[in-house]
Design a protein around this ligand. Structure first.
Ligand code: NAD
Length: 359
């Protein structure tokens, strides 16, 4: 098992160090190799995704990624900004399926802005298509409007598109994921207005014929946004396009109260994957030792499950994280009265201690 370790910028370095501690205490045979990515890679090599880093990621079974970005790089030309490294990795590794679980742990129910009875026990999975849709469709750009009421005025435009194979492969991923959960898929679209998403609905329905044991429901994205805050526990696996998934997965993240707890996985058709916390590099708290490492530790668990075929080890990590929360240990972002505030490193040490106690 070869893992490319890309800590990146800001808190990325601190939280990946804790995830590595956890992986090392599992006694699995793994080859881990570290490389620069993001702002630190630009500073050292003039590019946020140097060729050597990309080659390492391509040769690995999985990539454990911290976060990239810092305000000091915001003035760089777009293609040199740290965030371009993630887009480059997604594109070059063909990572089309993004898994974003949103779990509300019993002990953290109060951290959500929603009423406890709405979110307690929440456990849903958003599967977002990651390489198509209006984010990548061509043509796009700025021009002088050729027609309509504002002909002659400057305008900007993008192209929304999805091909049949792109929809089919993400639909298969969703139906297969649902078989390991409650056997229900909600496909989110905007078929009432957009041609692209009427096609999406048609193709998802066709693929569903191969999964008679899984229930399929369709919902317009505006209704899905409402249902996520009204009755999120009714939802289980949600599959949707790139843009709707981008927005809904952040909405779902907030149901759980803390972005510092949420892992993510992006997979290609060979189950090679990039695993990272759902949050960014948090430059406002970088270097202070107060970042929550649990999203990254849980991302490492997803890596063991999806790319390295080590389900038992993944479950051990998830159980250790639950035990740490039960023990009352909290980093600053999830701390509240009656719990014990710990640093990034102390949180990582506590997960390791619980893993060792499991025997
Ligand atoms: P962010 O997610 O980094 O931070 C948002 C807020 O959440 C901040 O107040 C931060 O302190 C807090 N936070 C985030 N992670 C935390 C953790 N583990 N523990 C405790 N608190 C945590 O988002 P932002 O501030 O909008 O962006 C900062 C930088 O990160 C930008 O350069 C942005 O482009 C980049 N970014 C990178 C990724 C990625 O690497 N995948 C994703 C999003 C943003």
């Amino acid at each position: 098992m070869k893992i490319a370790v890309l800590p990146g910028d800001g808190i990325g370095v601190e939280i990946v160090a804790e995830a590595l501690k956890v992986l090392h205490c599992l006694d699995l045979r793994m080859e881990l190799e570290e490389a620069l990515v993001g702002g630190v890679a630009y500073a050292a090599h003039g590019h946020p995704l140097p060729e050597a880093t990309l080659a390492l990621a391509k040769s690995a079974d999985a990539v454990l990624f911290g976060a990239v970005g810092d305000w000091k790089y915001d003035k760089l030309e777009r293609h040199l900004r740290p965030e371009q490294a993630i887009l480059g990795l997604r594109k070059n590794l063909g990572l089309f399926a993004n898994f974003r679980p949103a779990i509300c742990y019993e002990e953290l129910t109060h951290a959500s802005t929603l009423k406890p009875e709405i979110v307690a026990g929440l456990d849903l999975l958003i599967i977002r298509e990651l390489t198509g849709d209006i984010y990548f469709g061509q043509p796009r750009g700025r021009r002088i409007s050729p027609d309509g009421a504002f002909a002659g005025a400057p305008e900007a435009f993008d192209t929304m598109r999805y091909s049949r194979p792109e929809i089919e492969r993400i639909a298969h991923v969703a139906f297969q994921a649902a078989r390991k959960r409650s056997r229900k898929v909600l496909s989110v679209d905007k078929a009432n207005v957009l041609e692209t998403f009427q096609f999406w609905r048609d193709v998802v329905t066709e693929v569903h014929a191969q999964y008679p044991d899984v229930e399929l429901e369709h919902m317009y994205v505006d209704n899905a946004a409402m249902q996520l805050v009204k009755a999120p526990k009714r939802l289980d696996v949600i599959v949707t396009g790139n843009m709707f998934g981008d927005i809904l997965s952040d909405e779902a993240a907030m149901l759980t109260g803390s972005i510092g707890m949420l892992p993510s996985a992006s997979l290609n058709d060979k189950n090679q994957g990039l695993y990272e916390p759902s949050h960014g590099s948090a430059p406002d708290i970088a270097g202070q030792g107060i970042a929550n490492p649990l999203a990254t530790i849980l991302s490492a668990a997803m890596m063991l499950r999806f790319s390295l075929n080590q389900e038992a080890a993944a479950q051990r990590i998830e159980a250790a994280v639950k035990s740490v929360l039960k023990q009352g240990l909290r980093t600053a972002d999830i701390h509240s009265a009656g719990t014990t505030r710990v640093s990034t490193k102390e949180m990582g040490d506590a997960v390791v201690a619980h893993l060792k106690a499991q025997g």
